[in-house]
Design a protein around this ligand. Structure first.
Ligand code: AMP
Ligand code: FES
Ligand code: ZN
Ligand code: ZN
Length: 332
């Protein structure tokens, strides 16, 4: 297979685009495409202050690399979840979260980029797996409490740091797996919110963007490898056996038979939404400032993050007081 641009040996063949490229032209093509998506979905402009949520994985580190190459002002945020993943402390190597942090810090240091780190245990008093057990919300699978914490901390860090855009590394395979799950359940409330951009239509919320949402996972892996980005290969140990991974497998089987099926599914969904398919499901939940932390919430009184941690502190004792938080003004 030859590169379409220069005729050299191709490093990657993207069947859904009928496009094969050599390493050099693939490394050029990825930021060009990203810039196209950023403009098409009006994600951000050069004057925006972007916070990239980096997990130490191929997607988010590549995203940070691409945004940096494109000349955007983008700082990183790493959230330490306290996930070990080794069966015993005598097992070789370091735990999943520590390794993810090491690679994120290494990436930032090598490029002179700013990385903010929030360690959940040091800040709030327990690791995510401990939190799941103490709160009785996912003893075996801490993913739901983990997601709640990540969303809260990302939003909070963006707000407190004066960033108006929060970028995550979700790729097309991530988006399509979620889309399939939500479609099979006709979860219209989730479907209406699934988009490349979630506008910050309320004070205290950052605009959330997914600049990689049209790249296949294998393209992201190829980019990270060809670009020499060192990233954590392992999935989160708690993701093993998850529904998302199962849907990804099914979708890959479909893609094998029908190249482009994943992209087509996602793009037709976005188009159907643009044509008003979920118009009646407009997201108009009333938000107030949480009584404790000031972050926007639809729950009366305290937000679900504060309620969760109250419960944990009641059991464990406040190992550390909650940091003092500014209250966000929310006008009706
Ligand atoms: P996941 O939910 O693990 O599929 O990750 C989706 C996106 O969330 C990643 O591409 C990152 O942008 C972000 N993310 C996941 N884990 C972390 C973390 N520990 N710290 C900061 N951002 C994260
Ligand atoms: Fe949160 Fe796996 S990354 S439980
Ligand atoms: Zn070429
Ligand atoms: Zn709160």
């Amino acid at each position: 297979m030859k590169c379409r641009k220069c005729g050299a040996t191709a490093a990657i063949n993207m069947r859904q685009h009928k496009l094969a490229l050599c390493e050099e032209h693939f490394l050029e093509w990825m930021p060009e495409q990203t810039q196209r998506f950023v403009e098409k979905y009006r994600m951000f402009a050069p004057e925006d202050k972007i916070l990239v949520a980096v997990s130490g994985g191929k997607d988010s580190l590549s995203l940070w690399d691409i945004l940096h190459r494109l000349g955007y002002h983008a700082d990183g945020l790493y959230i330490g979840l306290g996930i070990d993943g080794r069966r015993s402390s005598s097992e070789e190597g370091i735990g999943y979260s520590d390794e993810s942090r090491r690679l994120s810090e290494k990436f930032a240091a090598e490029r002179g980029l700013t990385l903010h780190v929030v360690e959940v245990e040091a800040t709030y008093g327990a690791t995510i797996p401990e939190l799941a057990v103490i709160s009785h919300r996912g003893r075996d699978k801490p993913c739901a409490v983990c997601g709640l914490n990540k969303r809260y901390i990302m939003n909070r860090a963006a707000h407190d740091g004066g960033y108006n855009v929060l970028a995550t590394g979700h790729n097309l395979d991530d988006e399509v797996a979620v889309l399939m799950q939500n479609t099979l359940n006709w979860a219209s409330g989730y479907l209406v919110r699934q988009a490349p951009v979630l506008e910050a239509n309320r004070p205290g919320l950052a605009r959330k963007v997914k600049p990689l949402c049209r790249f296949y996972e294998r393209e992201m892996a190829a980019y990270a490898i060809v670009r020499g980005i060192e990233y954590i290969y392992d999935e989160c140990p708690h993701a093993v056996g998850s529904t998302t991974l199962y849907y990804k497998e099914i979708l890959n089987q479909l893609e094998e038979k029908r190249p482009g099926a994943k992209l087509q599914f996602y793009l037709s969904f976005l188009q159907a939404k643009e044509q008003g398919l979920f118009a009646l499901q407009a997201d108009d939940a009333e938000l107030h400032a949480c009584e404790k932390c000031g972050q926007p919430t639809s729950a009366p009184g305290e937000c679900s993050f504060c309620r969760l941690w109250d419960k944990v502190r009641a059991v464990k004792g406040a190992r550390l007081p909650l940091p003092a938080l500014p209250t966000i003004e929310i006008s009706d």
